[in-house]
Every structure is written in C-alpha cells, then in structure tokens.
Design a protein around this ligand. Structure first.
Ligand code: AMP
Length: 283
C-alpha cells in the first residue's frame, strides 16, 4: 500500500500541490465528509485513472447541516478512512480543523440562486449555501486540475458545476456514476443508521425509481409516474416521501414529458428519521 500524506493545513496542501505541478503531475481532488464507503472509494479510483496525484478531503462541514440534522452523530472514522484512501491509490488526505476552514471573523457565503431552492434545497434550507461555501473554499485551496463529485448527489453536482463556471474557478468538475449495492441501493454514509428491516425496504427504492424512469422514457406522463412511485413506496412502508420529481438534468426545471431534453427522476424519502436520496437518468 502506498504511503499517504496527511495535510492539516491549507499551506501544507498548497505547498505539495505546487511541488507536484512543478513536476508536471496533474492533481485530482475528491471532497468528502469521511465515513468512507465504496461510493467514495470509486471516486478516488476514478480520479486516480484521470490524474497523477489524488487528494481526498475529509471535513464534516458544519455550515451545511440544519439545526435539527445529524451533525453531532455524523460518522467519523479518520484512521480507517486514510487506510482505505491509500489502498485506492490516493496520494494525500486533507483533514482541516473547523478553525482552519472558518477562522475567526469569517463572513463570506456563496449563493448559487435558482438551482439551490428546489429538490433538497426546498426541504433543507441553507444546506446548499453551506455546500457551495465549503466547496468553493476547497477548490480554491487545492487548485487541483479536476475535482470529482458523485452523481448520487446530482443536484449538488449541478450546483458545483455552475459555481465553478460562474466564479471562473480553473478546476474542471467531473461527475462519477452512483455506486450501488447488489440490490441497487445507492451507497450512503447514512445507510449505516438503518436497521436490517429498513435496509430491506431501502433496497426497493432503486427498482421503483428505475422502473418509473423507464416508463417515462417510453412516453408516460412524468407527474403520473411520480405520483405512482409515491403511492408504491408508501405501500412498501416508507414513512414519508419528501419528493419524487422529474426534472431537466441541467436547469433542474420540472418536466412533464421526457422527449425534449436530458432529464432525471429524483427522490428523497424517509425511513424513520433517516433521509435517503437517489436519482436516475430518463433515457
Ligand atoms: P459525502 O461524504 O456524503 O459528502 O460524499 C462525498 C462525495 O462522494 C460526494 O461527491 C458524493 O456525491 C459522493 N458519493 C457519496 N455516495 C456515493 C455513491 N454511492 N456513489 C458515488 N458517489 C457517491
């Protein structure tokens, strides 16, 4: 296994990136909040195929959690995360403290209007402002050639693509396909909160959603199919449905028929108080 470098400060990371770049080595960035699973590892492996050196960041960003959300209990496993990253070919890990990221006097926010007020943004007010704030900082801090984000969080990926273009950030943004378990469940740090019975139910989400995506692609009305998905999932014992919606994959505007632009079906659902999200392309 390769030796991994751990940066705790922005200065140390920048110094090393400067050294790599002076040797013409390309640098990839994989931002995470830790608690790594196969989905994160796929990002590191994907990045390693595209870039000479890969930095994974581990920072549980407090500004993207609402007051009633799971910040305090969010999984933290720094040591094993570093081992897993080394095993996946990562060169370095950036693990800043909260003060390193938000020193006293910090005041700046980054707001991507329009894309952030729908889907997860509607039910998690302020969440994406926290995401855009921390991701803008990480992109500026690392000065990587490419940054990699999962398609599982499609809205997040879309927002980050927009902010990188709008703010002239010279790092290109690359999406990586969702990693699922053998039953189709999208891997997530939050799956660890589910008990066995809930996991079995959670696994039904992907098949219901992908079937609806297929039917919409075949000409069925999006709103009809979305309403059907809601009914089916409630029938399977999901406790609450936040949204099931079909939207344009880039503008995130609602669509009724899938015959014009690239679109996706998006889901956010609850099992107990655990919120799960997923999305599928409508082809
Ligand atoms: P998180 O640690 O949950 O903030 O996620 C860090 C990165 O990993 C984000 O870009 C996520 O979209 C990505 N990610 C999380 N789960 C998966 C998955 N199952 N497949 C692919 N990427 C994922």
């Amino acid at each position: 296994m390769n030796q991994i470098i751990i940066f705790r400060t922005i200065a140390d990371m920048r110094k090393q990136v400067g050294i790599w770049k002076s040797k013409n080595l390309s640098v990839g960035l994989v931002p995470t909040m830790g608690g790594l699973h196969e989905g994160h590892i796929a990002l590191v492996e994907f990045a390693k195929k595209k870039c000479d050196r890969v930095i994974t960041t581990i920072f549980v960003n407090p500004t993207q959690f609402g007051a009633d959300e799971d910040l305090a209990i969010y999984p933290r496993s720094e040591e094993s995360d570093c081992q897993v990253i080394a095993g996946a070919g990562g060169a370095a890990v950036f693990i800043p403290s909260i003060l390193e990221m938000y020193p006293e006097g910090f005041l700046t926010t980054v707001c991507v209007s329009g894309l952030t007020d729908k889907l997860c943004g509607a039910s998690r007010p302020g969440h994406f402002d926290g995401v855009t704030q921390v991701v803008t900082k990480l992109l500026n801090q690392a000065n990587a050639d490419v940054a990699f984000f999962g398609e599982k969080d499609w809205q997040q990926l879309t927002i980050i693509r927009r902010l990188a273009v709008d703010l002239n950030i010279p790092t290109s943004i690359k999406g990586v396909p969702t990693v699922r378990d053998v039953f189709g469940l999208a891997l997530s740090s939050r799956n660890g909160y589910l008990d066995f019975k809930q996991i079995e139910k959670a696994r039904l989400l992907s098949s219901v959603l992908s079937k609806a995506a297929y039917d919409i692609a075949s000409g069925s009305d999006a709103s009809f199919e979305c309403a059907k998905v809601v009914k089916t999932l409630l029938g399977y014992g999901f406790d609450r449905i936040d949204y099931i919606e079909c939207r344009n994959a880039h503008s995130l505007e609602l669509i009724e028929r899938a015959d014009i632009a690239e679109c996706r079906i998006f889901a956010a659902v609850y099992l107990g108080n655990i919120r799960l999200i997923d999305n599928y392309s409508i082809l």
